[in-house]
Design a protein around this ligand. Structure first.
Ligand SMILES: NC(=O)c1ccc[n+]([C@@H]2O[C@H](COP(=O)([O-])OP(=O)(O)OC[C@H]3O[C@@H](n4cnc5c(N)ncnc54)[C@H](O)[C@@H]3O)[C@@H](O)[C@H]2O)c1
Length: 283
């Protein structure tokens, strides 16, 4: 099976390399020429335990390739994953310019069926926008070509990314056609054989699942910081309270540490985007 992954950042490089390790023929695409030149020479732009060995092994085995041009590989793949960035816009919403640019490029150049799977974290309803963007380009070309869109949000943690990808708690997949489901089932065959949970659902629910998961984890951290403030007021020890509530199986002990709040490349951005999306929807 041959696939392309557009966006060779953290998520694209890790996913592409892990898919290659599972025996898939993967081409990683990025518009950043330096990044692709370095990767071709074996220089890995990020530090992630185990990644360098995996990249070098799969390049040597000719299962992992790098290019700056999606158009070079589009004709030879049925499935394209999009893992481009979705940075915060000025109002906190997710900027979809990179996501929609990938859709435009596909609509302008595809000759046969393509399934475009979004791995980037995107607001609920983005798959519909992607579908409309591709269709608009096909209409401009006055051609009718079948295609599908799907959502496969990524849950990996930086620092543990290879393990998270290769032994996932769950893989969430949103699809709207049997053909898309069949292709993704084929891709994740090794995961299914190992009894990892691949949860198929509709696309809107898959898009929502990613934001809901990050919002839940961020809420637990913020909640615990509020509890820590209350503990200080009354002279209680928040660490004992954490142990006390974390041992309740319905609550569990993770993401309950009081501290300086949440940070990193995803939580602040995704919480802002989630809020902004529903603020405009609910007003
Ligand atoms: N980093 C994480 O831990 C993590 C975890 C889960 C989900 N995500 C989500 O995954 C997405 C990607 O995150 P990341 O951290 O890998 O981003 P990143 O910024 O590291 O990488 C994005 C890459 O996309 C490339 N790109 C942009 N437009 C392109 C185009 N038209 N064609 C080809 N390449 C293009 C950029 O040059 C860049 O290398 C985001 O939506 C993010 O929220 C990130």
């Amino acid at each position: 099976m041959k696939i392309a992954i557009v966006g060779t950042g953290y998520v694209g490089l890790v996913s592409g390399t892990c898919f290659a390790e599972m025996g898939v023929d993967v081409t990683c695409v990025d518009i950043d020429i330096n990044k692709i030149e370095n990767l071709t020479k074996g220089f890995i732009p990020i530090y992630e335990p185990g990644l360098e060995d995996l990249v070098l092994r799969n390049v040597k085995a000719e299962r992992l390739h790098f290019t700056t041009k999606l158009t070079e590989v589009l004709d030879s793949v049925q499935m394209v994953f999009s893992a481009v960035g979705t940075p915060s816009d000025e109002d906190g919403s997710a900027d979809l310019k990179y996501v929609l640019e990938v859709a435009r490029t596909i609509g302008q150049n595809m000759k046969e069926y393509v399934l475009l799977v979004t791995k980037s974290t995107v607001p609920v309803g983005t798959a519909l926008l992607i579908r409309q963007t591709i269709q608009k380009e096909l209409d401009k070309r006055k051609v009718s070509i079948d295609f599908d869109v799907a959502s496969n949000p990524e849950f990996l943690k930086e620092g543990d990314a290879i393990k998270d990808f290769m032994s996932p708690d769950r893989v969430v997949v949103g699809v709207e056609s049997e053909k898309a489901k069949e292709l993704i089932t084929k891709l994740y065959r090794a995961f299914l054989l190992n009894n990892f949970r691949v949860i198929f659902m509709d696309i809107l629910s898959a898009e929502m699942t990613k934001y809901a998961a990050n919002a839940m984890l961020a809420t637990r951290i913020s909640f615990m910081n509020d509890i820590a403030n209350l503990c200080e007021l009354v002279g209680a020890d928040v660490n004992m309270v954490r142990k006390g509530i974390g041992s309740n199986q319905r609550i569990g002990g993770k993401f309950l540490y009081a501290g300086c709040g949440y940070g990193g490349s995803c939580f602040p951005k995704d919480v802002k985007a989630f809020k902004s999306h529903f603020r405009t929807k609910l007003l």
